[in-house]
Design a protein around this ligand. Structure first.
Ligand SMILES: Nc1ncnc2c1ncn2[C@@H]1O[C@H](COP(=O)(O)OP(=O)(O)O)[C@@H](O)[C@H]1O
Ligand SMILES: [Mg+2]
Length: 314
């Protein structure tokens, strides 16, 4: 449904995105995840044909962004970072207005507007002036205008930014329900959002795609490196000597829990050495309180992939 090939965009000297490629299948909800300034909005503006890339190519709903930008635009509903709402208009009036601009034919105007109102959960405020609505409801109005004319593809730029926690949950649920009927790309810098709403995630950092997969697979991919948490109480030098026997330990962080030798280590290891480690610790006379392996969360992976020193992990 969407294919993005080697998109690169410069603003003057500044490279905003560099060689970005990914695909989105029909009915899929794809998360474009990355920290601020990663290039999410730039990518979305190119896909919606708001501006051309410096180089590269993309197809949306069967049309090429260079050859048929008008056809692409017709098939996309776009929720920009700051949707241009008319605060003096009532919800219904505004949506009517946008529907006309989008070229929805007169005989379908009414049904399109009421269907968008219903799907965005705006029925109870349809006659209210937009300026009087809460931020969450304003965002729904933005979502409703994107839904007008039933586009194949929805492109939602940070749809939950600035909302309160309850509004966030509601909007996420709404978006999740839109998948299937629509192909959705949403951008976010919030990791749990991706886990909750998306089937697939493209992680972008400093203009480059650093990973793409399902949230589950991304988590699994880093299993090659595991982490062991080790809580013990004993002579520091003995402990260091024991740990030093294991070349599988690639890094260690230590946290003092109370006075003396009561500490907790977070060890990064190349393989599961819990067995040998437990035996060695106990045999050395150190008190062992806890030893367990900890799987990486998607959050850890995101940090690994988007933190400079750790880029090797990608
Ligand atoms: N109109 C512009 N002119 C110059 N630089 C821009 C412009 N828009 C974005 N940038 C730069 O391009 C990079 C990517 O920006 P953007 O796509 O907005 O990232 P994101 O949406 O992930 O925060 C940033 O470094 C940003 O400062
Ligand atoms: Mg942005």
């Amino acid at each position: 449904m969407i294919e993005v090939k080697n998109l690169t965009r410069y603003y003057g000297e500044k490279c905003a995105i560099n060689n970005v490629s990914f695909r989105v299948e029909k009915g899929e909800v794809l998360g474009l995840l990355g920290p601020n300034a990663a290039g999410k909005t730039t990518t979305m503006r190119i896909l919606t044909c708001y501006m051309p890339p410096t180089s590269g190519d993309a197809w949306v709903a069967g049309y090429n962004i260079w050859e048929a930008p008008m056809e692409v635009k017709k098939r996309i509903g776009y929720l920009p970072e700051n949707p241009p709402l008319y605060h003096d208009l009532r919800v219904e009036e505004y949506l009517n207005f946008v529907a006309k601009i989008k070229g929805v034919p007169g005989n379908r105007l009414k049904s399109q507007v009421s269907s968008a109102i219903e799907r965005a959960g705006l029925t109870s405020v349809a006659r209210q002036v937009i300026g009087s609505l809460s931020k969450g409801y304003k965002q729904r109005v933005g979502l409703a205008q994107a839904l007008l004319n039933d586009p194949d593809v929805l492109i939602l730029d940070e749809p939950t930014v600035g909302l309160d926690p309850r509004q966030i949950i509601e909007i996420r649920q709404l978006i999740k329900n839109l998948g299937g009927d629509h192909t959705v790309i949403l951008s976010t810098h919030i990791l749990p959002e991706v886990e909750m709403t998306c089937q697939r995630v493209v992680i972008i950092n400093e203009g480059q795609v650093v990973a793409q997969d399902t949230p589950e697979n991304l988590t699994r991919r880093l299993r090659g490196t595991e982490r062991i948490l080790l809580e013990l109480d004993g002579d520091t030098r003995t402990v260091e000597e024991v740990l030093g026997r294991f070349p599988q330990i690639t890094s260690r962080e230590v946290e003092k829990l109370s006075g003396n030798g009561h500490v907790r280590y977070a060890l990064e290891v190349t393989e599961d050495i819990r067995n040998q480690l437990a035996r060695a610790v106990v045999e050395s006379g150190v008190n062992l309180y806890e030893l367990r392996s900890e799987a990486y969360s998607l959050e850890d992976i995101f940090l690994h992939l988007t933190t400079k020193e750790e880029e090797a992990v990608a």
